[in-house]
Design a protein around this ligand. Structure first.
Ligand code: ADP
Ligand code: MG
Length: 336
């Protein structure tokens, strides 16, 4: 499938302009049941993609989709970055595998399923999936594009009646009912975005020991850094240690690119144990590990353990030369 420069450039511009026009509205929706950054996150992403427009337009279409997805992951942050990034990257990968006559709705279905796996979410959980699946169904029936758009609009509005089961809004429980999901609402319009800013924050160490490394990931740079300080006080330089906190601008949030750099900074041939706080931190960490690629990704584990106690006990275990499996198991014993 060869590049269609005008098509790619046009898609990018439509998405950028639509998100820019709706950014404040998306932030307002996210303020009601989240942290108010969804519009800003997506806008930053679209501007980043737009800045890469010229080079993207010269790529074969599947490569352009995959690159746009990666740019989204590296720049949007939050929950939305890895989820929209996965959608676009999977569309690119699936298109590359198929021939010219492939049915796009099948490609889209594979990509939406990948988003669902990434977020461990299902239809009805009040997320962007509650628009993606209906849009797919309409496309599969070959509905006219105007009907697909109306279906997206209706589906986004229907999320108001749902209780959030995933993402930050899930912490609100029943109080999330009555508000439209910002991620779903964004899909009423269009898609895409991003550029390589990359901040993320990672710091500390590198003892270059054979001990397991530790990475702390929090939405707050202060929390991540504070816990890393506590760990450092316990184990000194005997354990490779790094942290990532905040989104690409250093505000509250998480950033797959920053986490990737933190893992690389704490790299040890014995492996790396990652400790995360809220949901987006886990999703972005999984994305970062995937981006690390095999064989290194197989040596990184996310621990299901309390952040502070887990990191401290894991570091103590690691400083004694324990294996990655033992470090993780010891930390996870602390889970309720
Ligand atoms: P954050 O919640 O980290 O601030 P954003 O505000 O950018 O991230 O995105 C929030 C949107 O992401 C939600 O409205 C929801 O549609 C979607 N979302 C959050 N968590 C998940 C998940 N686990 N699976 C699918 N979609 C999710
Ligand atoms: Mg948000």
């Amino acid at each position: 499938m060869q590049a269609e420069p005008v098509l790619v450039a046009g898609l990018i511009e439509v998405c950028r302009a639509t998100i820019a026009a709706n950014s404040d509205h998306l932030c307002a929706l996210d303020r009601a049941i989240g942290d108010g950054d969804h519009g800003t996150n997506m806008r930053r992403g679209c501007e980043a993609v737009s800045a890469e427009g010229e080079s993207l337009s010269s790529l074969p279409f599947p490569d352009a989709m995959e690159k746009i997805g990666l740019t989204l992951v590296m720049n949007v942050g939050g929950a939305a970055g890895p989820l929209y990034g996965t959608l676009l990257m999977e569309i690119g990968r699936e298109l590359r595998k198929s021939d010219e006559t492939a049915d796009f709705s099948l490609v889209l279905k594979q990509a939406i399923d990948a988003v669902a796996r990434r977020g461990r979410a299902h239809a009805g959980d009040k997320t962007l999936l509650d628009v993606l699946y209906p849009v797919h169904a309409a496309l599969a029936k070959r509905s006219p594009l105007g009907d697909v758009a109306r279906k997206a609009e209706r589906s986004a509005n229907r999320t108001a009646a749902m209780k959030a089961m995933r993402g930050r809004a899930a912490y609100l429980g029943d109080r999330s009912i009555g508000h439209v999901d910002p991620g779903a609402s964004r899909l009423r319009a269009a898609d895409h975005g991003n550029l390589p800013l990359s901040r993320g924050a990672s710091s500390a160490m590198n003892g270059k020991t054979a001990n397991v490394g530790i990475v702390i990931v929090s939405h707050s740079p202060l929390v991540a850094r504070g816990i890393a300080d506590m760990v450092r006080q316990m184990v000194g330089d005997s354990v490779p240690l790094s942290w990532s906190g905040g989104n690409v601008h250093g505000d509250l949030g998480t950033d797959a690119g920053g986490i990737l750099r933190a893992i690389e900074a704490a790299w040890s041939e014995a492996g790396v144990a990652v400790f995360v706080d809220l949901g987006g931190a886990e999703t972005n960490s999984e994305m970062a590990i995937e981006m690390l690629g095999l064989p290194r990704s197989a040596l990184v584990s996310i621990c299901n353990a309390p952040l502070v106690e887990g990191a401290v006990i894991a570091a103590a275990e690691a400083s004694g030369g324990a294996s990655l499996a033992k470090v993780v198991a010891t930390a996870e014993e602390l889970s309720p």
